[in-house]
Ligand binder design. Structure first.
Ligand SMILES: Cn1ncc2ncnc(NCCc3cnc(NC(=O)Nc4cccc(C(F)(F)F)c4)s3)c21
Length: 273
């Protein structure tokens, strides 16, 4: 098929390799497209589970949104196909795998590594917001690392175009900003809050509002109960940036383009990202 036409993929177009991970709706496998020898990740989703959870519309939206997003820090979704029982997502393969495993291994990142990741994420989110797409689910589990160590945002299963904003709650609350936890109107600034939570977790190894009970996390978020531990030692510039992002009033959060000019980012982020 020519570049323009949408090729109809089938499972027989791929050699399936090792499992890369397992999610709530299905597993991800390393795969090679036979004709081009192109290595991809193939996410296999069971239609029955998608139907049970009534998320088919979200999947359609993800495929639609992702097909227009081309950015070095956003994992490509090349296409999809389905058979009797399953839906298959053809994804860019991130050779250095999952960021959250790296964070668990290192416990927390150096300020240079954290700032480099935060700057890459900010550039990817500026790109998304420029296309009126908010991700809404920025968390370590949705971040992958490419072959050159570059960060890739994955899984736009919760992303929306900013004209429609409804969403049902699911998954961890840790990354949600007050306005989403309180289920009020929200906009692109939700991703700024989540990036602030992520920056804190990169530096301290735990998210800022973590608590044993859901209800305690909820209260700590809506009260913006932000505390900086004495260990590990973190620069005041980093704390200043986090404090400007974790602000209850979404209109007062540091805009992403201003984040890229913040002294902590300028002094610590590796420009190549
Ligand atoms: C682990 N791993 N290691 C290397 C590597 N390289 C690439 N990818 C990996 N993993 C897959 C990462 C994903 C990217 N996009 C996703 N998208 C999704 O999972 N969408 C999705 C699922 C179920 C339901 C819904 C719905 F309907 F709710 F919207 C949406 S998952 C890799």
């Amino acid at each position: 098929a020519s570049a323009g036409e949408k090729k109809r993929w089938t499972l027989s177009d791929f050699d399936i390799g090792k499992p890369l991970g397992r999610g709530k709706f299905g597993h991800v496998y390393l795969a090679r497209e036979k004709r081009s020898n192109h290595i991809v990740a193939l996410k296999v989703l069971f239609k029955s589970q998608l139907q049970q959870s009534q998320v088919e519309h979200q999947l359609r939206r993800e495929v639609e949104i992702q097909s227009h997003l081309r950015h070095p820090n956003i994992l490509r979704l090349y296409g999809y196909f389905y058979d009797q029982k399953r839906v298959y997502l053809i994804l860019e393969y991130a050779a250095k795998c999952e960021l959250y495993k790296e964070l668990q291994k290192c416990k927390y990142f150096s300020e240079r590594r954290a700032a480099t990741y935060v700057a890459s994420l900010a550039r990817a989110l500026i790109f998304c917001h420029g296309k009126h797409v908010i991700h809404r689910d920025i968390k370590p589990e949705n971040l992958l690392i490419g072959a050159q160590g570059e960060l890739k945002i994955a899984d736009f299963g919760w992303s929306v175009h900013t004209f429609n904003r409804r969403r049902t709650m699911c998954g961890t609350l840790d990354y949600l900003p007050p306005e989403m936890v309180e289920s009020v109107e929200h906009d692109a600034s939700v991703d700024i809050w989540s990036l602030g939570v992520l920056c804190y977790e990169f530096l301290y190894g735990v998210p800022p509002f973590e608590a044993k009970e859901h209800s305690d996390t909820y209260r700590r978020i809506v009260q913006v109960d932000l505390k900086f531990p004495t260990k590990p030692i973190v620069s005041s510039a980093a704390k200043d940036l986090i404090s400007q992002m974790l602000v209850k009033d979404s209109s007062q959060r540091l805009p992403l383009h201003k984040l890229l000019e913040h002294p902590w980012i300028v002094q610590n982020a590796d420009p190549s990202g």
